[in-house]
Design a protein around this ligand. Sequence first.
Ligand code: FAD
Length: 640
Amino acid sequence: MSQDRHISGDFPISSPPNGACFDVIIVGGGHAGTEAAAAAARMGANTLLVTHKAATIGEMSCNPAIGGLAKGQLVREIDALDGIMGRAIDRGGIQFRMLNRSKGPAVWGPRAQADRKLYRRAVQTLLAAQPGLTVVEAGAEDLIFSADGALGGVKTDDGRAFRSGAVVITTGTFLRGLIHLGQQRIPAGRVGEAPSLGLSGTFGRLGLTLGRLKTGTPPRLNGKTIDWAALEIQEGDTPPVPFSDLTASITTPQTVCHITETTPETHRIIRDNIHLAPVYSGQIEGRGPRYCPSIEDKVVRFAERNRHQIFLEPEGLDDPTVYPNGISTSLPEDVQAAIVATIPGLERAEILCPGYAIEYDFVDPRQLSQTLETRALRGLFLAGQINGTTGYEEAGAQGLLAGINAALHAAGGGRTFVLDRADAYIGVMIDDLVTLGTQEPYRMFTSRAEYRLRLRADNADQRLTPLGVAAGCVGPVRRDVFAGKKAALDVARSTLQGLEETPRALAEKGLSVNQDGARRSAWAVLSYPDADTETICRIWPEAAAIPGPILRQAAIEAKYSHYIDRQAADVEAFRRDEGLGIPEGFDYDALSGLSNEVREKLKAAHPGTIGQAARIPGVTPAALTLVLGRIRQGRQARVA
Ligand code: FAD
């Protein structure tokens, strides 16, 4: 197909003719949309990305950081499936830290501060290099349908129509977005950008239930007006550890963050003006993120505390803008200025852009299947903040899954790509969303994962890359890197299992073990709490020949191997229940013996399996037995 191409910023834009056909169309170039577009194209689908502005592809709407507790695991999982977020933050990251290092490696959370501009540029460069992907600047206003009501594509606000039977919508906070700043209300998707209005109507016509959520952002400060000398410094890790298995080392210059805190005077000003906060004046209906509250929320909810920590995060290496992480607010601008002036180091800080809250529509995710396809319309997939989540990582992970499944849908053949709760944090998140729905912006936590000893950041590639290769979303470069690493790990494991010493020899080398006469392997010794890779290399100098990163990963595996073996039975039982499918369209009304409450819960969640049904609060084992009995009856009737 011949297309005009021009450059918007660093990005090649296309103008495919009105009516052009694609295998997959993605709406929205945020964190979900970019992963969806790249994944669908990697799967070989001829993919179109329709987004408002190419220059904002990969834009970080809020905090300039990627990863963190549980979020870092999501980024590693995206990377393991050949997604772009890990590689982008490795190029745009200006301070890398492994959070939770004082705890076990299962809950370590890699995090990096980003240079906003470098991160956006990295996402755009990676997308621009992706074959099979066309980018169009436009707003999607509506869907188009064929005569029989099937999904036919997307209509844009400039009057064009693009055809496809597989569409992924990733509109973030833009659906009927409304900014609140004190008493001011400004229709917007984020500051300075128009909201998306048409698609909410489309979803209503499809019978999808929408809700309203809110989130907020702090004022941005001019770093040149901050008294840095008065503040505590937070250093990054040296050397910085990359997120992606494809990044050899971090070459972007690194910087530091600073820490300050609110004061009793800050809290007094907030309390005196609380009636002006849109959340407390009744101006905002949507629920906000409980775990990422505004400063006014913190002061009200934790009234006993007179200080809250604030991280001063640089927004870029050559940008003086500073993001004060911890004081998200929608109080009026003059109150924000008064608050900032009470904070040590910020007494003379200039506000470059005030904080604000934003309310937006989301779609109740219980109307989606595990592939993120809507049940109301085949071929329509939703991903990201539109499904009630918050955060770049949560959005990116959903985008990746939706993009893969949209490409599989377009290819026909009935294949799907689903990750379960024992495979990945991505599986936990999607299962939580589609089974339980959400009443507030959903963010990932390690505590949400039952099998978190398996779902570590370090082994994301071992868990997921083979699944991605089989699905077709992993390219040859990553496939080869993974194969090399896997072979090295196999060698390391057998080396460590083959190196043995008697208890007496171990004691002589400074390791106190039970003198029971049983020889211990280096692998077994690694599971002892006081043994690490240095201990192993001291006792068995041969182990030092194993490359450092491989030895460290093998050591983590060895440390957890007993627990993971013990958990294997639980995982097997979980997967048995997941294997008991509930047919699409199962008629709960025709099942006598179910209480009305349980019936309504099952009808709202449409669980795809008995395991999923069991996770709905209030669904009893007796109800599950009834459902199972009816499925078996149906099967026997069909066989007869
Ligand atoms: P977005 O990143 O919002 O991307 C949506 C994209 O779709 C944009 O490029 C937009 O231009 C495009 N688009 C929208 N509608 C259309 C259309 N009809 N046609 C074409 N293109 C369209 N996350 C946190 O984890 N913690 C926080 O504290 C936090 N605070 C936030 C505060 C604010 C004010 C905002 C705006 C966001 C905040 N976030 C926060 C959320 C974070 O930014 C999002 O979770 C993340 O960006 C969601 O990614 P997404 O891809 O779903 O959507």
